[in-house]
Structures are given as C-alpha cells and as structure tokens.
Ligand binder design. Structure first.
Ligand code: FRU
Length: 916
C-alpha cells in the first residue's frame, strides 16, 4: 500500500513536469544574429536597422542584437569582440572605416563565425559575404546624370566626398571619375573631403564659393551633404545657379526624394540600405545555402522625372512595412496570449492529470482500506472473542478466588467463637485457681499461651485479607509511648528470663505521648518482638530503644536483636508478603512483617531494617497529630477490637466499667442471649446465671422471645440462621415494647463497616470475638447501671420527665403518650392500667415491664406519683379544698389521698398547705 502510494506520487510529479516543461523556448532553436552598426545618427542607418528588425521579427527564432558604435572605430572593434565572445551564429558588420575593422572581422571568421559585411567593406575580402549596392556604379550614375542633363560646353563640378577610408567614398569617386573623364567639357574643379555629415563640408564649400569659383554641379556622396551644400549656396544666393546631386534617395520628409521633389536636389542616386536582405542572407548562410560572395543591391537615379513615382513607391512600401509591423505586433500579442493560455492549459492539464490519478488512487485506496477494514474487523472479532474468553476465565478465577477467600475468611471467623470459649474457660479456671489459692498449672498456661498464639495467627490472616481489601481504618488515640511499649514488653519478659536473653526497654523520653492506633501498633510490636525472640539464640540480646529526636518531629523505635540476621541479598524483600529468609528454618506465615509495614505506613510512618550482626528494625513515627486525618483520630481507647486485650489486664478497662450498680435489687435482671453456637450460649448462661435471669434463643425465635420476656439486656450474635443480628437489633429497637432494652452485639466481624452497621441498627455496644469475659460482664453491668441511674433520675423528676431528652425517640414518644393519657384521665378513678395498656396498644404485662424498665417503678406507682405531684401543685397554688383536690386527681377518697401523700412527702396534705 505504501509502495503504491509512492509510485502514484512519482507518476504525478513526472506527469506534471512533462506537461509543464513543453515550453516554446525548447521547441524553437534560437538563432543569434549580432549586428555591429557603425552609427545610428542618420535616417539611412535608422532605416537600415528598422528593416533588419522587421525582417528578423518575421522569423521568431531570430534573436537580433544591434550594437551601435556611434562613429567610434575603437568602440566598434570592442563591440565586435563582445559579439564573438557571445558566440553569435552570424555576425553582420557595417564598418565605420575599412582598414581598422579588417582584423576583428578576420578574428570572427577564425572563430568560425560567418561574417556578412554590409554597406562599407573591409580590406582583402576576408569575410563570408558582402551586401550592398555597387558604389562604383553609383558614382557612374551620378556622373551620367550630370552629362545627360547638360549641354553646356563646359561643366564645372565640385565633388564632395564621404569619409576617407570608407569603401563607398572611394568607390563612388572612382565610378564618378570614370565617366567624367570621358567628357572633355566636364571637369571636377574642386574636391571637398567630408565625413558623410553636412557640417563637415559646409565651411570648405563656403570658402570655395566665396572665392568666386564657377560651379555648375555639386556631386555629394550622400544626400545629407548635398542638402548641406545647397544650404551654403542659398546662403550665398546662388542656389539656382548650381545643380546638386546626392546619394541615398531615402523616402520621407527629410529624405533625398523629397529634396528632389522640392527642387533642392537635381537628382539623387538610390542607395538601398539592404537591412531586410542582410537578415535573409544571414539565414541562408546558416542554412549552408550557397550564396555569392558579393551580393549587389540594385540602384537607380531619381530625378524630377521619377521622383514622384519613387516617392509613391516608397510610401507604399513604408505603408506596407507599417502594416506589417502592426500585424507583427498583433501576432506577437496573439503569440504571447497563445503561450500564456497554452501554459494555463498545460497547468490545467497537469492538475487534471494529477486529480485523475489521485481519483484513481483514492478509489484504489477506498477498496484497499475496505479490504484492510474487513481484515481488521475479523481480527477484532477474534480479539474480542479471545478477550471475552479471557474475561470469562478471569471472572471465574476471581469468583473461585473470592469463594476460596470467603471460605477462608469465614472459617477464620468461625475459629474465633471456639477460641472465645477456650480463652474464657481458661479465664474461669484461672480465676477459680486463684480463688482457691492454687498455682496455675503449666498445662493451663500452655493452653492459654497457645490459644492466644492461635488467635494472633488467625487475626494476622484476617488482617492480611483486610489489608488486601484496603479495609482498615486508622483509629489513633493519644498514648504514652513508653507505657504502651512497656505493657507489650512485659508479655515477653518471662520468655526472656527463661532463655536468659538480655531483654531491655529504654527511652530517652518516658513521658512522650504520640497518636497511635493501639490495636495496630500492638500488632507491630508483637510481630517484631516475636521475630526477635524466634531468631535470637538463648543467652542473646534483644533491646527496644525509644529515641525521641527532640529537634525533629519524629520518634524512632529500635528493635535490635543478636539473632541470625537476614542475608544481605534478601533484605530488600523482607517486607513483602510471604517472605521467608533462606536461613529461616522455622515455621512462618510470612505476613507478619508485611502487615507491620502496612500498619506503620497507615500511621504515615516508616519501617526500615538493617542486618549486620543480628537484625535491627527501626520504626519511625511522627509526633503530634498533624499528619493524621481528623477521621483517623479517636479520643478514647477503642473497644471494638477488645480481643487483643488480655483477659487478665483489667487495668486497660475504662474505669466506668468497674462502677457497681448502686442498688442491690432483690429481683435479678434478665438477660436474653441470642446465639446459635450452643457451646457459647451455654457457656454464657453458666457464667451469667449466678447474677442474672437468663433467656436463650438460637436466633429464629429471637424477636418473639424478646417481646415475651422483655429482658433487661440483650446479647446478640450477628451470624444467625434466620435474620442476622443487625436486623433483629433494628426490629427490637424500633418496637415500642423493646426499644428501651440495651443491646450488645457479639460478633467475629471486626471490620469498621460491621461496627457502623451495628451502631446504626441501634446496638448500644459492639464486642468482637473472642471477647474477654471480664469486658463482657463489665459492659453488661455498665449498661444496666446507666439505665439504673437514668431510672433513679426519672423517678425523682417525674414531673419533668417529658423535658428530659435522654431516652430514644420511641421512648420519648411513649412517655409523652403515656403522660397525656394519664393527665387526661386524672379525675377518673375508674381509669385502670388495663385501659391505659389498651389505649397504648400493648399488653398490660408489656406496659408494666416497659415502665419498670424505663423508670424503675410500676405503672400504678407512676400513675400515683403523677396524681400526687399534681395534687401537690394544686395544694401550693389553688384554692380548692383537700377533698376536692383528692377527687379531682382520681383518688377514691380523701383519706386514701392523705395516706398516700404522707407516704410520699412525709407530711399530710393539710399540713403541707399550711406550710406553703
Ligand atoms: C549613412 C551614410 C550614407 C552613405 C553611406 C555610406 O551613414 O553616410 O549616407 O550613403 O553611409 O556608407
């Protein structure tokens, strides 16, 4: 395709060139004729030039160049030299004088340039040809005219000659004398040497005539000098006594013929210029035609007898010449027009040819492109099919991968519930052992440590998945770095002691607080220290050094060991997932360091490793909180990932959780446990039943159970057989009967989305498995205590209950509805609790439990309290009697009112009124 395009371009270019290059200059071979003219100051010369040009213009191939020597011999030689140098095809020369021009004419001949000599000759006939009239004959004709027209006995003649040294002058004299000498009565009395112009002879003639020389005839070698002689004669008043004869016989107002007609000249001898003949001869020479050496132009005498005829003839010739010139000019114009139009036509043709070939090329291209397109479409289709197949395979792989990962994640989550049980059981056994004062056996410690280890591994695997899914959110809180480090440090102290490892924690600033996500940073510490202990032999050294760079905004935590180190060629890959050093013979998941790096980078920090003698990890963290986003900062320690908190580390639990409920109820609080894992629900039941009434639901009947029992607290799992925990929680929180019940969500789903979902569903607390039993129990206690505090506050502020907005919306609405119904029926002593429950569209028991749960008192006490409060206000402000107040507030008798009033306020209504 590309090659074809180039060929087309080449064809077009050459086509355009070939059409455009058909120029006339190439078609017609130019003939260069150079003419060296002696001078052009007189009409005869001008006429000669004109007739040459006219003749030349009739031959378009002739390029005629005329050089005017202006009477200067040296100039003429120089100009002829130039024409020789130009390599003219034919050289025409009209010499000023014969001798001086001979050599340069010979030079031209030697240069193989044909030379045509006109009018005047050079010496020795060294030229190609001569053209001109026979000047001897002209001299003779002039003499004959004198003899013929004069019968006098003596004829006295003055001869005025042309320039000496020019052949016409010599020859005319010669011819003239030949005839005159034959007649005895004719005599040349004087000769005047002229130079062809009248000025050259007038003074000499004047002198002659003034000397009273008797003259009958003056023969001048040309008309100009003859007329000049006549002028001198007229000057002297003798013009009629002398007859003047000239040569040339030019037509026109200043010509010799006119002078004959005017009676100035007696006669003139025709001397034709031969300009047109000279061009014709030149062409013949070039055509190698044989021509005579001397080409003689005919001459004749013009006198009063034939002057008119000659004049008419010449005028006609001149007219014809003029017409020819006009026609030639018109032809030239036409020719120019023709050539310009011809060029235009050629350009148009060239363009047309280009357009045509481009059209052909375009058509060809269209077909070629179509063909290519079809091929492309086919290839495209193939590619699309292949891509779809690849996409399908990729999708299948993704789905299968997802399924595997989900299975794996689900399984990992599933591990958490049994682990919760194991850890909580160990906790119980440990507590029991402590109570009994017996030492915890090695086996228990072993179970505890390994369960924790298992838990960490599972968490690590789940963290890895979370990191892969970019599912982590930083929750940084202000933490004393040294204390935080020390807590983790202590976890490893026992192992260090056992293995005689020199294990130290030091800091140059123990009071430094920084913002870290304790859960994540705990994992980083644990990983780095576990690795250090794993690869450091007994009796080795492990150090944690916190170096606060006071001058910078950075703190560096160095974890340095004297372990086996990392091979230097592998050190770059140490933080990559599934990395395992070639010198590492131990079991290792290979995700710990990868996660540590990710966690540190989530803090905008940096982790580096150096390994020379042993290994040193350096964690660099920013001080302050400017590097963190607002959403990444929490004010209190996060409880979501409470699983990392050791069950024995009660010191980490917020103080609020340790507050005991203020009043010891005789009645036990009830707890509804919604959990489909039988082991866990039984474990919780066993643990909690000492203090609480326990109701169990495996999930499918959770809502019914909640409505039925209206428990004081609900513990709910998320992954349940029917509705999930979020849905159950949401339904219960939206229902008037159960909306007040504090709900704790227990789940293995530790991600932020689940946590938010839990809170959105209305859950009061969200604990991730495996949770610490101590945290759970403290959380239950805390929630109940808060409810109790609220209840206590309400019972002592019954009248303000609607203004206190600490309940949820549903509770607020319920209380306001309840109050409206009670107030509307205050005067109606028959208005019972049943009526009230009916109006609120709930059962009597549910009403009772709801009011009891919210306000801690029975509904009848609540109604009684409202009545008494109202009565109290009426006693304070109104003018009604005690009896009237008792009845108007629904008390069946004034006595019952007085007893109830005294029970509540310790004073009788009458006494109270008096005291106001
Ligand atoms: C023109 C002229 C003519 C004369 C001729 C002779 O220049 O002077 O008058 O006949 O030259 O060469």
């Amino acid at each position: 395709m590309k090659r074809i395009r180039y060929i087309f371009i080449l064809i077009n270019i050459s086509l355009a060139f070939s059409i455009l290059s058909c120029d006339r200059s190439k078609d017609v071979e130019k003939i260069h004729i150079g003419f060296s003219q002696a001078m052009t100051n007189d009409d005869w010369r001008r006429s000669m030039n004109n007739s040459m040009e006219l003749q030349a213009s009739m031959n378009p191939e002739i390029d005629l160049q005329i050089k005017d020597a202006n009477y200067d011999v040296l100039t003429q030689i120089k100009q002829i030299d130039e024409l020789i140098a130009d390599s003219v095809d034919v050289l025409i020369v009209s010499p000023i004088q014969s001798k001086p021009i001979t050599a340069v004419v010979r030079k031209a001949i030697n240069a193989s340039i044909p030379v045509l000599v006109v009018d005047r000759k050079t010496e020795g006939q060294q030229y190609t040809a001569y053209l001109g009239a026979d000047n001897i004959e002209i001299g003779r004709n002039a003499a004959k005219e004198i003899i013929a027209s004069n019968r006098k006995d003596s004829i006295r003649i003055i001869e005025i000659r042309g320039m000496a040294g020019s052949s016409p002058a010599e020859e005319r004299t010669m011819g003239f004398q030949q005839v005159i000498n034959q007649f005895k009565n004719a005599k040349i009395v004087a000769k005047i040497e002229g130079d062809w112009e009248k000025e050259s002879i007038q003074e000499s003639l004047r002198q002659l005539l003034n000397n009273d020389i008797k003259v009958d005839y003056v023969f001048a070698h040309n008309d100009r000098m003859a007329v000049g002689a006549w002028e001198v004669a007229r000057e002297l008043g003798i013009e009629n006594e002398i007859s003047f004869i000239g040569v040339d016989g030019l037509a026109g107002t200043n010509g010799g013929i006119q002078a004959v007609k005017d009676g100035i000249l007696k006669a003139t001898v025709l001397y034709p210029t031969g300009g047109d003949e000279a061009i014709k001869l030149a062409l013949k020479i070039l055509d190698n035609e044989s021509i005579p050496k001397n080409n003689i132009l005919s001459t004749t005498i013009i006198n009063e007898l034939n002057a008119d005829i000659m004049n008419n003839q010449f005028e006609k010739i001149n007219d014809q010449q003029d017409q020819m010139e006009e026609q030639l000019a018109a032809i030239k114009l036409q020719e120019e027009l023709y050539y310009s139009q011809n060029n235009l036509l050629k350009i148009t043709m060239a363009l047309l040819a280009i357009i045509l070939s481009l059209t052909v090329y375009s058509v060809y291209s269209i077909f070629a492109i179509r063909k290519k397109n079809r091929q492309l479409e086919l290839t495209n289709e193939k590619v699309t099919v292949q891509r779809n197949q690849i996409e399908k395979i990729a999708k299948e792989i993704k789905i299968s991968n997802e399924a595997k990962l989900n299975f794996f994640t689900g399984l990992s989550h599933e591990f958490k519930t049994p682990l919760t049980l194991i850890l909580s059981s160990i906790e119980s056994i440990s507590d029991y052992a402590k109570e009994k004062g017996s030492r915890m056996g090695n086996e228990i410690e072993l179970i505890h440590n390994n369960s924790n280890r298992l838990l960490r591994l599972i968490n690590q695997l789940l963290d890895f998945r979370k990191i892969e899914d970019r599912n982590f959110n930083l929750k940084a809180s202000k933490t004393n770095l040294y204390n935080f480090s020390k807590l983790i440090f202590q976890d490893f102290e026992r192992e260090a002691m056992k293995r005689n490892i020199d294990f130290k924690l030091t800091s140059n600033n123990e009071s430094l607080d920084i913002f870290i996500d304790r859960n994540l940073m705990d994992k980083v510490y644990f990983n780095l220290l576990s690795n250090a202990f794993k690869f450091t032999p007994d009796n080795g050294k492990i150090g944690v050094y916190i170096k606060d760079d006071e001058s910078a905004n950075i703190v560096k935590i160095h974890f340095k060991d004297t372990g086996i180190g990392i091979p230097s060629n592998e050190i770059d890959g140490v933080f990559q997932a599934f990395f395992k050093g070639s010198n590492n013979r131990k079991n290792s998941s290979g995700v710990g360091l990868h996660l540590s790096k990710e966690f540190v980078e989530m803090h905008k920090g940096n982790i580096e490793v150096e390994s020379l003698h042993g290994t040193e990890f350096i964690v660099s963290l920013y001080k302050g909180q400017a590097h963190l986003d607002e959403s990444e900062i929490i004010s209190e320690q996060d409880l979501v990932d409470s699983n990392i908190i050791d069950f024995s580390s009660d010191q980490l639990i917020d103080d609020n959780y340790l507050i005991q409920a203020p009043s010891k109820n005789k009645e036990k609080y009830s707890v509804l446990i919604i959990e489909d894992n039988k082991d866990l629900s039984l474990f919780l039941k066993n643990k909690l039943q000492l203090e609480y009434d326990i109701h169990l639901s495996e999930g499918t009947d959770a809502i019914e159970k909640a409505f039925e029992t209206i428990p004081d607290i609900i513990l709910c799992d998320i992954n349940l057989p029917d509705k999930d925990g979020f849905e159950i929680c949401e339904i219960l929180k939206k229902d008037l009967r159960t909306s007040h019940i504090p709900t704790v969500i227990l789940t293995a789903l530790g991600n932020k989305e689940s946590y938010i979902k839990g809170l959105q569903s209305g859950a009061d607390l969200y604990l991730t498995k495996p949770f610490s039993y101590s945290i759970l129990i403290q959380s239950i206690k805390s929630l109940l205590y808060n409810r109790e505090k609220l209840r206590y506050y309400f019972t002592s502020n019954i009248h303000k209950i609607e203004e206190i907005n600490s309940f949820g919306d549903i509770e607020q609405k319920f209380i306001s509805q309840l109050n409206t119904l009670i107030n509307d029926n205050l005067g109606n002593s028959d208005y019972s609790v049943e009526n009230l429950a009916e109006n609120l569209t709930i059962s009597r028991v549910q009403l009772y439990r709801k009011v009891k749960a919210i306000m801690g008192i029975s509904i009848s006490d609540y109604i009684g309290n409202i009545r008494l409060e109202k009565a109290k206000t009426m006693l304070e402000n109104g003018s009604l009697t005690v009896s009237e107040i008792a009845y108007s507030n629904g008390f069946s008798s004034p006595n019952y009112f007085s007893t109830a009033f005294k029970n509540k306020y310790g004073i009788s209504p009458a006494a109270f009124r008096k005291s106001v």
